[in-house]
Design a protein. Structure first.
Length: 467
């Protein structure tokens, strides 16, 4: 393949990646955005495959087959598992970058040491540090999201935690500087594996202190790290497509992380070192708070008399896979001429856009999905707020309790509705580990149980199918 054809293919792939990001800004064009991204990846792989220097075509075929063998099952996971599947994808991307950087360094060191310029070696080291910490960090995030028994969901903190993490990073940078100062020196072969081990350990220690409440932001940050490792790989290999694709991936991930941090009124450093999600001990001798329970029958009677209902979905809806029952409830209410809207909090669920994806799967009109800032203005006029498995994102403590770990986080103002029905599996707190003051309000009635079953009962009552 000639250089001119290669460069044209790179421009085409880059353009497709840019269009993919643009089209995924809205549900109307999201599908073609996915197709554009897949096409860009196929072009990039094809161009790389047919470069003159490629001699092991059989190994490439084996690698592609292995990718399909892993990728096809991962594409068939339920939507509730998409957050951890996304984390696994970041892990694979980080591992790929780390392995490529490792192989390239030793290959050049042993065969063509003249290629090891300080800039190129610096790029390789940046690639492996970002790649390997993304690998282990993403595995930890996936484990927390999957609720793997030996990986605690709650933050794990210990004395001098941040100091130890900082020292690991400093040691890795010192070793990197020693290699970069003399790129072709034999000592690099010994120091390089130490940097790899430190990067792997840093990825684990970086995620262990972070609780489940911060996982949406963590996933976005890890996405950014994976993209930056691809950028470093592009500089090391002098591959412009890797640089541009990695920059798009890294910048979009970091921008999304900033959006998520703003949605929680938190900073990057607060997310990475704040241990948000730690269970707080209940104060002894405090006033015993009492829930008021309601039955689906009673709730259905109230709902059918309402004029304006706001449904606030959360992770509980995802766990119960209740989105289709929620659609049936939506249809029953709309039949009665009731105005129904869905209030979407940016960090509801366990990944950015989690609720949007679930509700779109149930074919709920996107025009009825309203972002938090817009719906809050209408909450005082809301007759019934139906909270379906949401917790921290509707907790008034974020506005009133300065001692709360979620204080200052923007929330959906469910407490301003005239009446609240809250569907919840149990009396356990949410990811932030604190009680939700909304559930003890005079205007709130609890519907305890699996969200799919409870919403299903509401649908039966409204449809007149009860016995």
């Amino acid at each position: 393949m000639t250089l001119g054809v290669t460069q044209l293919a790179y421009i085409a792939a880059t353009s497709l990646f840019i269009f993919a990001l643009h089209w995924m800004n809205t549900p109307a064009t999201a599908r073609q955005g996915v197709y554009a991204g897949a096409a860009a990846t196929a072009v990039a792989v094809g161009v790389a495959w047919f470069q003159p220097g490629i001699v092991h075509h059989g190994l490439i075929v084996v690698a592609i087959a292995a990718g399909f063998a892993v990728g096809i099952p991962l594409s068939q996971v339920p939507l509730t598992a998409v957050p951890q599947r996304t984390a696994l994808s970041h892990a694979f991307g980080g591992l790929a970058a780390g392995l490529v950087g490792t192989v390239e360094y030793y290959l050049w060191l042993l065969e063509t040491p003249e290629r090891l310029s300080p800039f190129r070696v610096g790029a390789l080291i940046a690639e492996i540090i970002l790649g390997y910490l993304t690998f282990t960090g993403s595995l930890m995030a996936a484990g927390k999201l999957q609720e793997v028994k030996w990986i605690p969901q709650r933050p794990v903190t210990y004395p001098l935690q941040n100091v130890i993490n900082f020292l690991l990073l400093v040691i890795a940078l010192i070793l990197a500087a020693a290699i970069v100062s003399q790129p072709a020196a034999a000592r690099g072969a010994l120091l390089f594996p130490i940097i790899i081990v430190l990067a792997l350990a840093f990825g684990i220690l970086l995620i262990i202190p972070i609780g489940g409440a911060d996982m949406p932001t963590v996933i976005a940050i890890l996405n950014g790290y994976a993209g930056l490792s691809a950028v470093a790989m592009g500089f090391a290999l002098d591959n412009k497509l890797l640089i541009t694709a990695g920059a798009l991936d890294g910048s979009s991930g970091l921008i999304l992380a900033i959006i998520m941090c703003n949605a929680m009124n938190r900073s990057f450093t607060n997310v990475l070192f704040g241990a948000f999600g730690q269970v707080q001990q209940t104060k002894a001798g405090g006033e015993q708070k009492v829930y008021k329970s309601e039955t689906p029958q009673g709730a259905a009677q109230v709902l059918e008399q309402a004029n304006f209902v706001v449904v606030i979905p959360g992770y509980g809806m995802a766990v119960a896979q209740a989105q289709h029952k929620v659609r049936e409830l939506y249809d029953q209410l709309k039949k009665r001429g009731i105005n129904v809207k869905f209030a979407i909090h940016p960090v509801a669920g366990r990944m950015p856009g989690h609720m949007n994806v679930l509700l779109a799967e149930a074919d709920i009109p996107y025009t009825d999905l309203v972002e938090m800032d817009e719906i809050n203005a209408d909450m005082p006029q809301c007759d019934v707020a139906l909270v379906v498995g949401a917790n921290d994102v509707v907790n008034p403590a974020a506005r009133t309790d300065k001692s709360s770990p979620i204080y200052g986080m923007p929330i959906i103002d469910a407490d301003k509705a005239r009446l609240v029905f809250a569907i919840k599996r149990s009396k356990n707190p949410g990811f932030a580990g604190i009680d939700n003051e909304l559930y003890f309000s005079d205007r709130t009635w609890m519907l305890f149980g699996d969200a799919k079953n409870v919403v299903g009962e509401l649908v039966k009552q409204l449809a007149g199918e009860s016995h």
